[in-house]
Design a protein around this ligand. Sequence first.
Ligand SMILES: [Zn+2]
Ligand SMILES: [Zn+2]
Length: 455
Amino acid sequence: MPSVLAAVMTAPHQPIELRELPFPELEPDSALLRVELSEICGTDVHLQEGRLAGVPYPIIPGHVSVGVLERIRGQLFDVDGRPFAEGNRVTFLDVHRTCHRCRACLIDKASTRCPRRKVYGITYGVADGLTGGWAQYVYIKPGTICIRLDAPAGGSGSPADGLGSREDVKGSLSRMRGGSTASVSSELFMAGGCSLPTALHAAERAEIRIGDTVLVLGAGPVGLSCVAFARLCGAGQVLCIGAPDARLEVALRMGADKALNFQTGRALSAWGTGFQRDACGTGSQSVGGTGFQPVHEGGAPGPNACGTGFQPVTCSTGFQPVQECTEQQRLEWVRSLTQGRGADVAIEAAGAPAAVVQAMRFTRDAGRVVIVGQYTNAGDVSLSPHADINRKHLDIRGCWGSDYSHFHRAVEVLRTDYGRRTWGHMHSQRRSLGNLNEALDEVAHARSVKLLVTP
Ligand SMILES: [Zn+2]
Ligand SMILES: [Zn+2]
C-alpha cells in the first residue's frame, strides 16, 4: 500500500519529523490534492514555539497551498457552480466548517470569529487526516471550497443544481468571461500565499480613500502585501517602516513611496521610473524642512543634502548600521512626509506590541488604525487612552483571519497585470520537506522574504 510523505510538527519546540501516512478513504464530495507548493509563514514559527492555543499536535503545517486535484469522489463545485475536474489546478480556503448558524456568523457578521471553524495546518492535526500542505497530498474534506487558478473555461462547466435559476448562472458565467480570465501560476499565488487574503482583509478594514497616505508597519509578507493593496485601493502615498533593507526594497517595488529601516535609521525611496533610495537617515536636527538630518554612507551625520540628494541603490554597499530608530525619530519621519499631520491610515503588520501604539501615534487625528500583526499574544503594552485614542478621535480596528471572499478576490487581483507585476517582486525560495527545520529558523529570523515548500 503506497503512503504519503508528510513533514509533521509533533509538539512545540520539537524538530519536524518526516512521516509516512496512509492515503485517505475519500468521503462523498471530497478530493485528493497533489501538492505543488505550500509555504512557511510566521504562523508556522508561532506553532513551533507553542504560542497558539488549541493546536492538536501532532500537526502537518502548511495552511495555504496549491496543487492539482488528482482524485475527486462525487462532485466539487466552485462558487459559480462550475464543477471541478480531476487535473484542475487549485488553491483552497484553509478555513473549513464555518457554520453559518452561530451568533458570530449570523448576527455579528464576523464569520472569522465563528467558534466552529477549523483551519488546515493549524487547528486540524494528523488525527484529522492529511490536513496540511507540508505533505505530498492534502485531503480536501467535503465542504472545503477550492478556487481555480487556471483560466476559467468559458462556459464549459454546467451549473450545479440548487444554485438558483439557469439565467442567474448564465449571467455570472458571462460576467466572468467579461473580466480577467488569465491563469495564475502556482508560484505567483504562493509568493503571496497566506499574506494575500490576510492583507486584503486588512486593506478592506482600513477603508482607504483615494489620495490617503497609508503607513504600513512591518515588511514581512503581510506588510508587503498591505503595501500593494493600499496602492490598489487608491492611496496617494504609501509609507513602510520595517527591516531589513532587502525587504524594504521589495516594499518599494511593490508600491511604497518611502520606507524607513527602523533598525538602522536608513530611509529609502522609490521615485521616478527607476528604483532609487536616498541616503537620509534619522537624526536630531532639522535639515531642509524634512526634519531629518542626513546621514552619509558610513552612517554618521554628513553633508548630504537630504531634500534633494537621492542616491542610487548602490549606496548600500559598505553601509554600516547606525542604530535603531527611537519611536520619536520614526514619528518625525512620518510627520516629515505628511506635512506634520501623520498618516491618514496606519496598518500594523509588525507583530511587536509596541508597533500597535506606534501605529496609533503615527496616525493623524481622526485617522484609522488597523491591527493585523498580533496573531499571537506577544504581551502587553502601555499607552495613554487620553492622548493616544480619545483626544485623537482615533478609529482602531482589529482584523482576524480571512474568509472565502478574501481568497477569491486575491486570486482575481493576481489575474491582472497589476497583480502579476506587483507580487512578481515578492521573490520566494523553495525548500524541500527534508529541510524544514532550517527553513523555520530562516523565517523566524527574517533571513528571507518568502519560503515555499515543495513536497
Ligand atoms: Zn459560525
Ligand atoms: Zn500563514
